[in-house]
Write a protein that binds this ligand. Structure first.
Ligand code: SF4
Length: 331
């Protein structure tokens, strides 16, 4: 049913408020450095896989974006490096790519999270990766008692091939080094993570820690390595759109931005197709290219301005769509 004009005006005001929030919200950066992956998981929100090109966002592009972000007071000095499978760069790309990215970020006081499916731990180049990770972690170890500067996120769920064994091997290779391991899983798969922690406790010297945040559970492995877990919902982006277990997101991502939800933190994600998006990888995209017509990197303020324009367009789409099909609740 079409809603009356008064409500339409309220909806447009709502869109304007959302835009202001997006414009002024602090943000962190994500680099989806490649779409190549040796797996083709049915829940992958990136459509990553072995059929994708074995190419990576050039490190110079990433350095330049991080340098510009450092000048922006809204950047919270946190970056995530992911893929596809970023560690495939050891097989197909530049073997210095990952150490260079990690060292650059840390030396610029930017907190790093790097994600991997750990599918490479038993390959011919696996030991080379562990050697480099040990060096980067040790070289950048906190001088005093502080949280580790590097987080490595692993995946533990029923979709990733051999993830239980691969993750145990991964932790075994780095145990005792000052690094944070985040074990990412999905809501509903808690028993698998509990069993994994049980095995960690039986294999390693572990200690339960009082967490900084009461929602977090932390384990210390061989004194220095910290281990935590996190559970996300599975959304129907990318290949997961065909996965019946994925939660359907019908609305644009802008629906996540609610003025009454208080503090908002933006996620700004650059991918290897030359696109930058705001928000989660599901629903309609708030998106703009980060290269100009000459394939040159745009300046970051211009990219953010274009993203804001895209956000406003999506906000209008959202309220228009809502007006016809599904009224948003009045605040
Ligand atoms: S979910 Fe991860 S491991 Fe699976 S295909 Fe996607 S990028 Fe690769």
């Amino acid at each position: 049913m079409i809603k009356p004009l008064k409500t339409l005006q309220q909806n447009i005001r709502f869109a304007g408020e959302c835009l202001q929030l997006v414009k002024h919200a602090p943000y962190y950066l994500i680099f989806k450095t490649t779409h190549y992956c040796w797996y083709k998981c049915p829940h992958c929100c990136e459509k990553a896989g072995p059929d994708q090109e074995k190419t990576y966002i050039p490190q110079e592009t990433i350095f330049e974006i991080l340098n510009q972000a450092k000048q922006d007071p809204l950047f919270i000095n946190e970056v995530v490096f992911t893929g596809g499978e970023i560690f495939s760069s050891y097989k197909f790309g530049d073997k210095k790519y990952i150490p260079n990215l990690l060292n650059f970020a840390i030396q610029n006081n930017i907190g790093v999270d790097i994600k991997t499916n750990a599918g490479w731990v038993n390959t011919s180049f696996g030991q080379e990766i562990f050697k480099d990770l040990r060096k980067v972690i040790t070289d950048n170890a906190p001088k005093e008692y502080r949280l580790p500067k590097i987080q490595i996120s692993l995946s533990l769920d029923k979709y990733h091939t051999n993830c239980f064994e691969n993750n145990l091997k991964f932790i075994q290779e780095l145990a005792g080094l000052p690094v944070m391991i985040n074990m990412a899983s999905f809501v509903g798969q808690e028993p698998m993570v509990q069993e994994f922690e049980h095995q960690l406790k039986s294999k390693f010297k572990t200690k339960e820690l009082i967490s900084l945040d009461s929602n977090e559970h932390l384990l210390s492995i061989n004194e220095k390595m910290l281990f935590q877990h996190s559970f996300a919902n599975l959304f129907d982006g990318g290949r997961a759109s065909k996965n019946p277990e994925a939660k359907h997101i019908q609305y644009p991502q802008f629906a996540f931005v609610q003025p009454n939800r208080g503090k908002l933190l933006k996620l700004v994600a650059f991918d290897n197709f030359g696109r930058v998006t705001l928000g989660e990888n599901s629903g309609r995209k708030i998106m703009t290219p980060y290269l100009d017509e000459n394939r040159q990197l745009k300046l970051l303020p211009k990219i953010m301005q274009d993203l804001n324009k895209s956000a406003f367009k999506e906000a209008l789409y959202f309220v228009y769509y809502e007006r016809i099909w599904n009224p948003i609740p009045t605040r």
